[in-house]
Ligand binder design. Sequence first.
Ligand code: GLN
Length: 456
Amino acid sequence: LSRLRRTEPSVRSFIHVADAAAEREAEELDRRIASGEKDAVGPLAGVLVGVKDNLCTANMPSTGGSRILDGYRPAYDATAVRRLREAGAIVVGKTNLDEFGMGSTTEGSAFQVTTNPWDDSRVPGGSSGGSASAVSARQCVVSLGSDTGGSVRQPASFCGVVGLKPTYGRVSRFGLMAYASSLDVVGCFGSSVFDTATILSVVAGHDKMDSTSSSQDVPDYASELVSLDLLESKPLNGFRVGIIKETLGEGVDTGVVSSIKDAASHLEQLGSVVEEVSLPSFSLGLPAYYILASSEASSNLSRYDGIRYGRQVSADDLNEIYGESRANGLGHEVKMRILMGTYALSAGYYDAYYKRAQQVRTLVKESFKGALERYDILISPAAPSAAYKIGEKINDPLAMYAGDIMTVNVNLAGLPALVVPCGFVEGGAVGLPVGLQMIGSPFSEGNLLRVGHIFE
Ligand code: GLN
């Protein structure tokens, strides 16, 4: 807690810090342990977690990074948060994000700009930038984020931490503010694969409050990790790795490409076979993602009408309430997405945009499926560059969207992907971290975490 208090003025990971409440909870825990209630306190007893502010937390502000939800205190915890609390974890605060998850730098928050702990003139990535910077700056042990198109993996890469986007449906979305429901997943950050695996086991699993949550068994991921025994020099013998060709070409920083190639040779040294694999539909994923995500957002965000949640406005009629609350409550990027999505879904344009994007989604899914029949995992960078400067892309939305090229396809296909730090490029005072993305078949989180742990 003292580290959090010391670092927060420069990092600004949290929209809401509950440090005093966390301290009381920790004291209460100490008291219970001292009085012999040791078994009653759960496997994450006393572990400080940060929670992205688009996940509902009972009696704590939950803004989604938006003015329109200023003052909103949900009456319930999101399922993932409830499960962490039941395991004994202490929610130390709500982390900053791009408004409703729409953005790649966290600059789109209505409240504050979060900085990258490796270089405070740079962005932490986004949209879960606060959750990534909080773990990177060791303000909390682990954190929750959400990933619709890369929002866990890209900030993990920018901040040099581990980030996991689970299979669609692996973690309940109940209590997650919907952005694009067919793509949204709750994801985990940790400073090690072990920590990330530990919280995934706690938050994953079927939930009757989310009909898209899977009832597949949840393994104890952390206990399945095998440490790399240095005497066994080839722990990945027989393992097949496909390196996605389209992710190492034009537009990708040379330092990033060489970090990924070094990671590939490391995987080879550990015994695996690494081959280049081409996914021809890869570049089509980006425009398809932005059509689909905006379309779903335009429908999902209609709930923010100025009546049901948050900020209230006084107005004479319904249209005025809608107009007032949305004009003043929503930021520029969110308005733009709603307009784009409404346009793409409108009767005359549906076939040209939404329907075609859905067709591309099917192509992307099929090409991943084919490749994952031949390889155990696919690898790529998590982002085309390391963290860039605050303000650099804020006025160029297309350049910002282009930065999501490495991650959006995985959401279109609903696959799990793990990002682990794999190298550095020049920049800042001590270099800037680069993340390796490992993509697997549905529900192969255990496999990804095992490889990530050996790699680490
Ligand atoms: N940057 C992407 C977007 O703005 C992804 C965001 C996310 O995963 N929430 O849509």
